[in-house]
Design a protein around this ligand. Structure first.
Ligand code: MTE
Length: 327
């Protein structure tokens, strides 16, 4: 098996943000999975973007301000500083647009207008919402949540959105509904760009799933915005899932469909490898990923890869009081 050659310029931030083996192995794993080498992108070192590139990045982040959103007092602070907007907006996972972290430019190809979100399956009131409907129907609030990726890096992010349970109330699931399946936008002509063309063999579209009780939990959130603005495309515009007690891959981006179903749905990562990406995927420092430890994480707060601190991972990412009773 050949190892992927990682160009030096993007080895530094990745290695600093993620335990090197975690980062390297996930990509190596995908490489072996799809049976061929990945196109390597040469990424700028975080914090060392050219002025021109930085300006372009800022433009993707700050297009539409959301006016006067109240911060939910229960989620107004976390035990760590907030991740800076610039870092969060240039350090993303969005595999439809590439396998590296710096996909923010490629993600601008995502068409978000008009957007329809279909809610269907075992519900009394199926719906097709557009973005106006969502904003009018569900009062928006801000919540600052810890965010933990399965790759062992973490952030603290200020999301704007509404609790998933409000949508449950609106569509009224029937008593047969036990699980919920979420599907991300997918169009092979737009997503799966040149850097990731081999990814065409992965089980697109990106899908995720929850038990209905998990979706009804107070913490489960749909985000339409972040840092006081509507979601930039790299963060999963115009609507994505945020589940702070689970690994980040459970939070599907750019959702187009929600289906209430009677059995556990197939999901993207779980289909690729159920042992590595279990359906539940709760943050758990005592349960290592098969190829790396989950005991600690690199917290991406501010500065560059050299200043990111390593912290102990918290069970349920620190949200046990809300969710431990579900398991
Ligand atoms: N959703 C889609 N559609 N495609 C993806 O590749 N990556 C997941 C999740 N949602 C992903 C996705 C992973 S692995 C993580 S860690 C988070 O999005 C990253 O969210 P962020 O880039 O906004 O920080």
């Amino acid at each position: 098996m050949n190892l992927i050659r990682i160009p030096k310029s993007w080895q530094i931030p990745e290695r600093e943000a993620t335990s090197e083996s975690a980062f390297f192995n996930r990509r190596h794993f995908l490489k072996t999975l799809i049976g061929a080498g990945l196109g390597a992108s040469i990424l700028p070192i975080l914090g060392c973007e050219s002025e021109e590139s930085k300006q372009a990045l800022v433009e993707t982040l700050q297009k539409s301000k959301i006016q006067k959103i109240h911060t939910n007092p229960a989620f107004s602070q976390v035990d760590r500083p907030m991740t800076t907007e610039l870092l969060a907006g240039q350090y993303n996972n969005y595999y439809e647009f590439g396998s590296g972290k710096s996909i923010w430019k490629a993600a601008q190809a995502l068409p978000t207008e008009p957007w329809k979100l279909e809610v269907t399956g075992l519900v009394k009131n199926p719906q097709i919402y557009d973005l106006d409907d969502l904003q009018k129907k569900f009062p928006l609030e801000e919540r600052i949540y810890r965010f933990r990726c399965v790759e062992a890096w973490s952030m603290a992010l200020p999301w704007i959105g509404f609790p998933m349970r409000s949508l449950i109330t609106d569509v009224e699931p029937t008593s047969q509904a036990k699980f919920v399946r979420f599907t991300s936008y997918y169009d092979s002509k737009i997503t799966v760009g040149p850097l990731w063309s081999l990814g065409a063999r992965l089980p697109w579209p990106y899908t995720e799933g929850l038990r209905i009780e998990e979706m009804a939990n107070e913490l489960a959130f749909f985000a339409l915005g972040i840092y006081g603005h509507l979601l930039p495309k790299q963060h999963g515009a115009p609507i994505r899932m945020v589940l702070p007690w689970k690994y980040g891959f459970k939070g599907a981006k750019s959702i187009v469909k929600i289906e209430f179903v009677d059995r556990q749905p197939a999901t993207f990562w779980n289909t690729i490898d159920a042992r590595e990406y279990d359906f539940e995927a709760n943050v758990n420092p005592t349960k290592p990923h098969p190829r790396w430890s989950q005991a600690t994480e690199k917290f991406i707060g501010q500065g560059s890869g050299f200043s990111w601190e390593r912290r102990e991972t918290l069970p349920y990412n620190g949200y046990g009081e809300y969710v431990a009773n579900l398991y």
